[in-house]
Write a protein that binds this ligand. Structure first.
Ligand code: SER
Length: 601
């Protein structure tokens, strides 16, 4: 069965059950500051799952393009994808557990639809905890339909609970459907979760019963809903008995084009196969992001940053495959993909010129970056060669990565060409720290306008905390941050205050910040409950959405600290390295909001 056939069957089945087909939405969600991308089919439907009436009624079906970047580093294996399509059916206060499961079962097993033998299916249901009971109701429906008890696994919240997609929103227990990818289950009690690892999840029925609010509490929804999601790529894989999504007709045109560009036959070398898979996945994701009506371009912030990473990683793996870099190679392959996917996604053809142009521009830019990185490496070389052990310090390799975007693999290659090795542990440590600090960047939006996590912007970020507290000391506790914007050259800080600051006030604020820098105060963070954070004196921004668990940064000693704020980071380790802090300008930003522009020199 092809992806086109699966899409059509799914929609036809649910239409025959009284559902109305609705359009999939943009990959860039509307009015949701908690995520960068549409990560599931339910995403655009959140307001309706929370109680708003949908104009098309209470039974809906569609297919939705999705991006998940949380596992971007796993892409390259046989199953992970950043871009995928999700089929979904929804009940908005209509059927609940019984209806949803009956329809899922019929679609999976009926000879008229997917015709999957029952022996190949296993399911999971929620095992229950102190707040939500064990889901015997779903289990009973599965049993009645013919799924034997020994193929029903009761699993905890980490497996059988879905949502919210961002930090707040609808969520609830779920029941997942699995397909056994081996010949037959390994023993009579082999079920999803079995150590044989051969159960592959293909569909998820979520029973939306709660709304997780900003305080982290689960409020029962007055109208219970169902949200289901079936991954198209995975389902096509199992229905066709393939080992990997990359072996299906979905990937065939793109994979074939990558193989041709590289003059390489897939299946001959494991490392190269992995690069082929990465190029295929990242190119698909980039093409769909660029083809979205919302028109994001590669940049250093938000969704644009993810797009940049995807394109650059694809280029790098293209290079690994030996693809010539004298002219862009991604856009001709994107053109093949656009042709292939234009039926279900006509926006790709409408935006074809833009997709091609942006891909070409970013690929060229990255190739220049690579040249610059090589140049910087050469500048470091004479000193590096003085080391008798021939080890390049990891922190220098990290600097090339952090400042110029120069990939570690290439630094290692250049080092090897000069008889050296990179101190990989030191690099990994610096990288890990950077990753922990920037994890929020993949799907969660940053607080404030931190453009990247380079050393200079991190210093400025710490300076905003010092400034915020200094303003509170000089002007009063009413001072609340309204926004901030940081680049490597300067910081801007907006705060609510009714009047312009006097020159004396500006001077005082500057002096307080400078004093804290001179004291070389340590900066530390702890993770705690939001309420505990507030109780400990941390500033939390009004109107900001927080997780139940937050990170709190303290500047100064635990007792008698100077500033304490709920914040995702990153920050420098000590204030001493900030340098000289100067306020350059204080002006109005909008009604009742002042803006300070300051520099560190
Ligand atoms: N929202 C659920 C998921 O993503 C079902 O659509 O798995």
């Amino acid at each position: 069965m092809t992806a086109n056939e699966l899409r059509e069957k799914y929609v036809a089945f649910f239409v025959s059950k009284g559902h109305v087909q609705i359009q999939g939405k943009s990959l860039l969600p509307d009015n949701d500051p908690t995520v960068l991308f549409t990560t599931a089919g339910m995403h655009p439907l959140v307001p309706y799952l929370l109680g708003e009436e949908h104009p098309a009624g209470t039974r809906l079906v569609n297919y939705q393009k999705c991006i998940r970047t949380g596992d971007i580093d796993c892409v390259g294996d046989f199953s992970h994808l950043t871009f995928f399509e999700m089929l979904g059916n929804w009940s908005l206060g209509d059927y609940f557990k019984e209806g949803a499961i009956e329809m899922s079962f019929e679609f999976l097993t009926s000879p008229q639809w997917l015709n999957i033998p029952i022996e190949k299916l296993g399911v999971t249901v929620y095992e229950g905890d102190a707040s939500v009971p064990r889901d015997e109701e779903s289990a009973a429906v599965w049993k009645r339909l013919g799924i034997p008890e020994n193929r029903i696994a009761y699993l905890p919240r980490e497996d059988n609970w879905w949502g919210p997609a961002g930090s707040t929103g609808p969520c609830g227990p779920d029941s997942e459907m699995f397909y056994y990818i081996g010949d037959a289950p390994c023993n009579k009690d082999c079920k999803p979760g079995c150590a044989c690892n051969k159960w592959l999840e293909i569909w998820n029925d979520v029973f939306m019963q709660y709304n997780k609010n900003a305080a982290g509490e689960y409020e029962p929804l007055t109208r219970k809903c169902v949200d289901t999601g079936m991954g198209i790529e995975r389902t096509v894989t199992i229905l066709n008995g393939k080992r990997s999504v990359y072996d299906t007709e979905i990937f065939a045109p793109v994979r074939g084009a990558v193989e041709q560009a590289a003059g390489y036959t897939y299946g001959t070398d494991e490392e190269k196969d992995k690069s082929v898979r990465i190029v295929c996945d990242h190119l698909r994701a980039s093409t769909f992001i660029l083809g979205d009506p919302k028109a994001v371009s590669p940049s250093n912030v938000g969704a644009g940053y993810v797009l940049r990473r995807l394109i650059r990683r694809a280029v790098r793996h293209g290079k690994n495959l030996g693809i010539a870099t004298d002219q862009p190679f991604l856009s001709p392959i994107a053109a093949i993909l656009i042709e292939q996917m234009q039926g279900p996604y006509p926006e790709l053809m409408e935006n074809k010129a833009r997709i091609i142009e942006e891909l070409d521009r970013e690929e060229r830019k990255f190739l220049e970056t690579l040249q610059k990185g090589e140049h910087e490496f050469e500048k470091l070389l004479p000193n590096l060669l003085k080391d008798p052990r021939k080890i390049m310090p990891g922190r220098l390799a990290f600097k090339l990565y952090d400042t110029y975007g120069f990939p570690i693999e290439l630094t290692e290659e250049l080092a090897a060409e000069n008889g050296m090795k990179v101190h990989r542990e030191e690099f990994d440590e610096a990288f890990k720290k950077h990753q922990e600090l920037s994890r929020a960047g993949s799907e969660q939006v940053f607080k404030g306008g931190l453009q990247d996590h380079g050393e200079t912007t991190t210093k400025y970020h710490t300076a905003t905390h010092l400034l915020h507290q200094a303003l509170r000391l000089v002007l009063g506790e009413h001072i609340a941050q309204k926004g901030s914007n940081i680049t490597a050259e300067r910081m801007r800080f907006d705060f609510a205050h009714p009047a312009p600051m006097t020159p004396e006030e500006i001077q005082k604020v500057e002096a307080i910040v400078s004093e804290q820098i001179q004291k070389d105060l340590p900066i530390s963070f702890a993770v705690m409950e939001l309420e505990a954070a507030k109780a400990s004196g941390a500033i939390a921004l009004f109107g900001e959405k927080y997780e139940a668990q937050v990170k709190v940064y303290t500047i100064g000693p635990a007792e008698g600290f100077f500033a304490k704020e709920v914040c995702g980071g990153p920050h420098v380790e000590r204030t001493g390295i900030l340098g000289k802090f100067t306020i350059q300008k204080e002006q109005s930003s909008s009604a009742g909001v002042r803006r300070i522009r300051a520099v560190l020199v």
